[in-house]
Design a protein around this ligand. Structure first.
Ligand SMILES: Nc1ncnc2c1ncn2[C@@H]1O[C@H](COP(=O)(O)OP(=O)(O)OP(=O)(O)O)[C@@H](O)[C@H]1O
Length: 271
């Protein structure tokens, strides 16, 4: 499989503190990867390095073969990688339409004053409605972000990253704050939306082992800034010591995705 995103012997230090040491990993076309690890393991730092927000102290991060170390979110989006914007939290008074329009406008290079002539901007409106349809948010287009349910806020956050038309998307705890009953609905909608929108690979940072098990093709576990394991779910969830290192002492009972499920990022069938 072709590598979309690759980290080669990446190290990141904050002063004398080594937050990441010799991280090498590769994300291929069609994969759903989960990054897991206990608090302070280096997940956020790794994600910031993988998305060009932080420059590695040494080593290389490449997207489709080109070095993206420290390039920043705007250039990253131009090259086809996006990350949840958290716009919903930043601008709760914007409507769903305005939130999506900010993202679509930035892709369509209307960054200078993205809200000025949105109602007249056919291209932006079409992009907004296309993304709203994919995420089942059309009935909410004229509601303020703050009025949405927690699940809808999560969808809107990811939808705003979609408005950038990425090939690879990075999502941070996509269902945090969502009820247990709704989390799989949100995940399955999100994955279906990814497929529909042409996203080639998904990386999620996730603490919830049920979600990690159910949707991942591969799990990258970090511990103290190093890769502790990079395994398929069927291997990862058979290793109680590994699970304990990631989540604590009692391995959870979870149903995991297997190689017999879809070849690409598809939810495992739940019986
Ligand atoms: N800007 C910074 N300056 C100094 N140390 C930092 C900085 N950012 C993170 N660290 C340290 O680097 C280590 C890894 O932090 P990071 O936030 O990447 O871990 P994490 O796995 O995402 O943790 P959590 O699950 O709690 O969010 C921690 O020890 C943290 O204190």
């Amino acid at each position: 499989m072709t590598a979309l995103l690759e980290a080669s012997t990446v190290c990141k230090s904050y002063g004398a503190f080594h937050a990441l040491t010799d991280i090498s990993l590769s994300i291929a076309d069609g994969e759903f990867i989960s990054i897991v690890g206990p608090n302070g393991a280096g997940k956020s730092t790794l994600v910031n390095v993988l998305t060009g927000l932080l420059k590695p102290t040494s080593g290389r991060v490449s997207f489709r073969g080109a070095d993206i170390g420290g390039i920043g979110p705007v250039e990253l989006a131009r090259r086809g990688m996006a990350r949840g914007f958290q716009l919903v939290n930043i601008f709760p008074e914007l409507t769903v339409r305005e939130t999506l329009a900010v993202a679509a406008s930035s892709r369509l290079k209307r960054i200078a004053n993205p809200l000025r002539s949105l109602s007249r901007d056919r291209e932006v409106n079409e992009a907004v409605e296309e993304v709203a349809d994919i995420f089942h948010l059309r009935p909410r287009l004229d509601q303020r972000a703050r009025a949405l349910s927690q699940g809808e806020k999560k969808l809107l956050d990811v939808a705003s990253a979609f408005a950038l038309k990425p090939e690879l998307i990075l999502i941070d705890e996509p269902t945090s704050g969502v009820s247990t009953g709704d989390k799989h609905t949100i995940m399955e909608l999100l994955i279906a939306a990814c497929r529909k929108a042409g996203v080639r690979a998904i990386i999620q940072v996730e603490h919830d082992m049920d979600l990690v098990a159910r949707y991942s093709d591969r799990i990258v576990a970090l511990q103290a800034g190093r890769v502790l394991a990079d395994e398929k779910p069927e291997v990862f969830f058979k290793d109680p010591a590994l699970i304990a290192a990631v989540v604590g002492t009692r391995p959870p009972q979870v149903k995991h995705k297997t190689s017999a499920d879809a070849a690409s990022f598809m939810p495992a069938h739940v019986n």
